[in-house]
Design a protein around this ligand. Sequence first.
Ligand code: SF4
Ligand code: SF4
Length: 453
Amino acid sequence: MIKKTFKRGVHPHIPGGGKKATRDLPIEDYVSDSVVIHMAMNIGAPATPCVKKGDPVKIGQVIGTPNGFMSVPVHASVSGEVTAVEDIPYLGTGNVKAVFIKNDFLNTWEDHRPLGDVEQVDPSLIIPAIRDAGITGMGGASFPTHVKLTFPEGSSCDTILVNGAECETHLTADHRLMIEESRRIVNGLRAVMRAVNVPKAIIGIEDNKPEAISAMQEAVSDREGISVQPLKTKYPQGGEKQLIQALTGRQVPAGKLPIDCHVVVLNVGTCAAIADAVTEGKPLVSRLTTVTGCVNTPKNLRVPIGTRVEDMIGACDGFSEEPGKIFFGGAMTGIAIPNISTPTAKSTNGIVALNEKDARSLDETACIRCGRCVAACPIGLNPYKIKVAADASDFETAEKLHVMDCMLCGSCAYVCPARRWLTPSFRFAKDKITAERKAKAAKAAAEKGGANQ
Ligand code: SF4
Ligand code: SF4
């Protein structure tokens, strides 16, 4: 079969061993004695806690209510007792409210009502069920899925694309999910196809995962409208725009969304969560995460959302060496965590611990203006110029250089001989510009309100 791909991209050589450590390891379940579930699990407004210290909770019980359309409920991931509701610092986003739960290990579930078979259920019930289940993009982006599936007026979708590329270094959670739970993924995908009345779907998988390709081909063989497309192994093949280009030949213009090219992209994990919401009536309370790098026993763990990193490292028999850096996500797009008490979230697809030597190999030096970052950028940006602007807090220039189109894929940082910390600067600039835009919009709305009084 022809293997499709996109233009440019890189082939990363990986510090700390890459995917080999966990790609053949079956999914294992792990449950810790307490969890910390924060309320900012999605892009958009955080949820508001609706439980207090001392309350008993069941698995799947709503503990955070959504605030508006761009928000989702947050559910308890273990049964037990709420021990605190307080602010915690979370990954550079400032303080967020979090609910601490002590696990009673009784595994008591809140009542849940399945909608039924994905091929029989009333399609109009599916998107509300996805929202009520608190489902957000599980590939790392955390975009509320019900919002993605509610197309803007005048838009249309002709194909659902499913991202099984898992091109990030080190991560194998999606790979194992496709091998072990392929029918769950297909059930969720069929539910989406029926919900939005789109008859065609393509699942894209990199060709370094032949077992996953076979498992998914088998799972779709008796289902309507779904095909599996092998993709060349290249980074960032799983980037939304790169996947769309590879699978459909369409290019998403700068500043536009996939729906402007008549497609929607979902991650395989998101599809599996949708299947649970429809066929079992269960909300999103657990997460499959690869734990690897300098740990004694790397694993693909399924854990309750809110499990702390230190507990997961313990489940992997501890560190094998002193860690120099620990990331959520892979080495290309991962975010360094400040300490091992940090709890996981719905978007945590990997925990990668690099030893001090590998971590030092990431320390930055001065730019030598070689231009390699420009050649590597899959969307044609000028990373070194954006970095200069972002580091000088010159966000106007960064915006003119299209930093908001940057998908933080890390290809530029990977090829940079000076190991410049490009993506953290871009993430910072994007956050600042987004905050400024929101403040301007709020001010304009307030002024308009005042003028109308
Ligand atoms: S500038 Fe952004 S989109 Fe381009 S390679 Fe760097 S991180 Fe990726
Ligand atoms: S690749 Fe690195 S050193 Fe070369 S121009 Fe870009 S930022 Fe500078």
